[in-house]
Ligand binder design. Structure first.
Ligand SMILES: [Fe+2]
Length: 408
């Protein structure tokens, strides 16, 4: 029978439901999975808060640590590697909006770690879904639902609540995370593009079940809950899911598989043409978060200023660079592992050198972005920058506005 919860599950396993949406969410949005495991996830001692004075990824709930909402263009030099910490302690909130306790908004993190999580530790965030964009190093992620190996130029999504452990098989890692406090990512609608193009569904990879048999050792379960860290002890591995099925699961995607679409006559489309994943608000077409990439691609438009136009956007734009040189910023200030933020209605555009070059370039077909991958987290929300992002990281470029704008 196609049952989810038999009276006695096979092999003495426990059937357990993992809900990613309200039970009654519309069918097209509903995300639930059934896990069949050696012991239930609930078999642990009570959580105790840990590192309460140092661990906080939700500074809006901490009045003495302000969030700064700024109209200026901001750009960061490459963020430092940090070999002294593990994944759990590598998360630095740079900017965000909203509040995970209200399941509203999002947070942008830089992660930099050099240590494996302890051999008997697992972690989950109750605050949101992690969209992880590695810039340096390899993440070996053992999740409850199976294993994911994620390298630069790939991304992964770890949904809220899924327990996992991160090890670093090739040493230090660094990258970007978008934590989505509300909703989930989905593929964008394709409209007139048709049934294929952009990120194709077939290229997303989900893990298959992988389990350990360990009911006899001391494990620590770590929870990021409202930005704070909690720990609970248990006497068995959390990685004991023997089988699962459903629609709520972690997954990865190779950005090299993105089918890039652009103009073959004149002008260039809005950057939404490069959307890999989107998380929509209740307003159709308006995203809490779009994940957009700028892969290597051909430009063939006639009589057109080919770089991104100068613009002001009602959406906020946070950009990062995985590798290479972004074709709209050739001045050298936007580097791999760095970032930029162009907030709501903050005017921006190509740097002066790029403008000069593109205005006079011979418009033959040309390939741009070879060996490069820039990305953007775009949000309908005005994002605020944290104390860490503005000051403590010491990476903000003080002269950025002068650099990009030319005379003023
Ligand atoms: Fe922009």
């Amino acid at each position: 029978m196609g049952m989810n919860a038999p009276q006695r599950a096979p092999y003495g396993l426990y059937a357990e439901k993992l809900s990613g949406t309200a039970f009654t969410a519309p069918r097209a949005e509903n995300q639930q999975s059934w896990l069949y495991r050696i012991l239930p996830a609930s078999a642990h001692a009570p959580f105790q808060q840990r590192e309460s004075s140092t661990y906080n990824t939700n500074p809006e709930n901490k009045p003495w640590e302000k969030i700064f909402h700024l109209p200026n263009q901001l750009r960061w030099d490459p963020f430092d590697l940090d070999e002294t910490v593990d994944w759990v302690h590598s998360l630095h909130l740079v900017a965000g909006n909203g509040d995970p306790t209200a399941k509203a908004g999002l947070g942008y993190y830089i992660y930099a770690a050099g240590k494996d999580m302890d051999a008997h530790e697992a972690f989950y965030s109750a605050d949101g879904d992690f969209l992880v964009v590695p810039q340096h190093g390899v993440l070996d992620i053992q999740t409850e639902l199976g294993k994911l190996l994620v390298r630069p130029n790939e991304i992964c999504v770890i949904p809220r609540g899924v327990r996992y452990r991160v090890t670093l098989p090739e040493g230090p890692v660094r990258g970007y995370i978008l934590e989505l406090y509300e909703g989930h990512f989905q593929l964008p609608e394709l409209g007139p593009i048709g049934s294929n193009g952009l990120a194709n569904a077939r290229d997303f990879q989900a893990p298959i079940a992988y389990y350990d048999e360990d009911t006899d050792s001391d494990w620590t379960l770590l929870s990021k809950f409202a930005g704070h860290l909690y720990a609970a002890k248990q006497k068995h591995t959390p990685f004991d899911v023997v089988a699962w099925h459903g629609l709520y699961y972690p997954y990865k995607y190779d950005l090299g598989r993105f089918n890039v679409i652009g103009s073959i006559s004149f002008d260039h489309p809005d950057p939404s043409i490069f959307t890999v994943l989107t998380a929509q608000t209740a307003h159709v077409g308006t995203a809490v978060a779009d994940f957009v990439i700028f892969p290597p691609r051909w430009l063939v438009q006639e009589e057109t200023f080919r770089p991104p136009w100068y613009h002001r956007n009602t959406m906020s734009e946070f950009m990062g660079l995985i590798g290479g040189q972004y074709d709209a910023k050739e001045g050298g200030g936007f580097q791999p592992a760095g970032a930029s933020l162009h907030n709501v209605m903050s005017a921006h555009g190509p740097d002066a050198a790029t403008h000069e070059k593109a205005s006079n370039a011979e418009l033959k077909p040309m390939k741009v972005g070879e060996g490069s991958m820039a990305f953007m987290f775009e949000s309908c929300l005005m994002v605020g920058v944290t104390e860490w992002g503005l000051k403590k990281c010491a990476k903000v470029q003080e002269d950025y506005n002068a650099h990009v704008s030319g005379p003023f």
